[in-house]
Ligand binder design. Structure first.
Ligand code: ADP
Ligand code: MG
Length: 443
């Protein structure tokens, strides 16, 4: 098959996978410039494209091309534009470090370090805990369990622990694994009768980092293996660090003893970033990527892209890419235009229905029950919380809110709000839950 045909075919598949928007912006300008045996060279307009594609779809081009040619392929990026020499130097340094660690069997993303992790109120606690663990392995908190929503820095933080330890202790065995990969290894070890090898790999470590541990829900054999692994490491005073999108007690389908093992050290959460942190991250990232931004644009981004740091960085990279392609400076109107698919969502006012849906999902009840007359505690409290949040976040009148909750009157809404306010004051745990629900709804 000629080069062009292979690439066109790949693009068609890629477009289906990523959607039209991302495709037009990021993949269309990419060309396949060489394909020899198992290695392909992809020509990409500038390093923003490379960054973005590597962050968001690290294996997509590879997987797609392999699918088409039917054998393994290694993809290399070639950047068409002349690169900034400083950026090049940093890239080369990171790559060198990565290779050095890889030669010792340590695979850690070199980009994720403590020195480029910016702290604010929302992640301070998790950051301090991670630092403490990296300073005194196996002694401070074991395991350290970090949880928080998507794109808030969990992978960055736990990898930073690994990188710091790797720099300090050349002789240490460090392993980063996603819980999906761990599951695959367990399954394959069982199938091929190689469980001893698996044990050898995981039980002789100084530091084990398990990312996104919530994926082992419902996987009995994996849970069993993980439990014994953690126990062995713990008894040898070897450090364990786990990340998850939720706290141990909300990981439902795992064994009690594994859940309690998760909870035995320190549990630290990462909350969505506050505005000051969002601004600081934009400024720092813009400086390292050499993107010129006015204060106005920094403010605009920080106030519009709220929920997730990955998205914040993605927005910035998009702007960098656009500005470098057109040679136009970045201003607010460019930002509005380029980021409209992200920002319009944020701009839309919050509706009562949306609050009801989120609250129902949050408390594990049915959406219809928000409008029902049932008075059991399991339903009445989530319903009152949803009324209370509706009063806080929408401009609706009390009687409108009541109507939306199955035809209740405004007095019922007032009563609900009073109840929830009182409960928030008295009950710290309840208060935290309501707060995190509100944040989730605000997205
Ligand atoms: P998660 O694992 O929680 O989904 P990641 O660790 O992958 O999130 O973070 C998403 C992106 O945001 C990464 O590029 C990461 O470097 C960046 N990031 C997250 N938190 C911070 C922070 N506090 N300072 C700098 N960059 C951050
Ligand atoms: Mg992650």
């Amino acid at each position: 098959m000629p080069l062009e045909a292979i690439w066109n075919k790949s693009l068609t598949i890629i477009e289906k996978k990523v959607g039209e928007n991302a495709f037009e912006l990021w993949f269309k300008p990419i060309k396949l410039s060489q394909l020899k045996d198992q290695s392909a060279v992809i020509e990409i307009p500038n390093r923003f494209f490379k960054d973005w594609v590597e962050d968001y779809y690290p294996t997509l081009i590879n997987d797609t091309m392999e699918e088409i040619v039917g054998h393994p392929i290694t993809v290399k990026f070639k950047i068409a534009e002349k690169e900034d020499s400083e950026v090049k130097r940093i890239d080369a340094r990171l790559e060198g470090r990565k290779q050095r660690l890889a030669s010792k069997g340590i695979y850690l993303n070199p980009k994720y370090t403590f020195s480029n992790f910016i702290t604010g109120q929302s992640n301070q606690f998790a950051h301090a805990a991670a630092m403490a663990v990296a300073e005194s392995l196996g002694k401070a908190y074991n395991p350290l369990f970090i949880y928080g929503g998507v794109g808030l820095g969990k992978t960055h933080l736990i990898t930073a622990i690994g990188n710091k330890v790797a720099d300090k202790r050349q002789d240490f065995n460090i392993l980063y694994v996603s819980s999906e990969q761990f599951t695959n290894e367990v399954v394959s070890a069982v199938r091929h009768g190689k469980t001893e090898e698996l044990k050898g790999k995981y039980r002789n470590l100084d530091l084990l980092l398990v990312d996104d541990v919530q994926f082992i829900e419902n996987k009995t054999a994996t849970q069993e293996e993980l439990f014994h692994t953690l126990n062995t490491l713990y008894e040898k005073q070897k450090q364990i660090v786990l990340s998850s999108d939720r706290p141990p007690k909300e990981i439902k389908n795992i064994t009690d003893r594994l859940r309690s093992r998760f909870s035995m050290g320190l549990i630290a959460d990462i909350q969505p970033p506050e505005i000051e942190l969002r601004m600081a991250i934009i400024q720092k990232k813009a400086a390292t990527e050499r993107i010129q931004l006015s204060d106005e644009v920094v403010n605009f981004l920080a106030s519009r892209v709220k929920s997730n740091i990955r998205e914040l960085e993605g927005s910035l990279i998009r702007l960098g890419a656009q500005s470098s392609l057109t040679s136009e400076p970045i201003d607010v109107s460019m930002a509005k235009n380029i980021l409209k698919d992200i920002i319009s969502e944020v701009d839309r006012p919050i509706t009562i229905e949306q609050i009801q849906k989120s609250a129902a999902e949050f408390y594990g009840i049915k959406y219809q029950e928000m409008k029902s007359k049932k008075r059991t505690k399991e339903i009445a409290i989530p319903r009152q919380v949803a009324m209370y949040i509706s009063k806080q976040l929408t401009g609706s009148s009390l009687s409108d809110i009541g109507k939306n909750f199955g035809g209740k009157d405004h007095a019922t809404v007032i009563y609900a709000c009073k109840q929830i306010e009182g409960k928030r004051e008295k009950d710290e745990e309840f208060n935290r839950k309501v707060e995190s629900l509100i944040k989730r709804i605000q997205g």
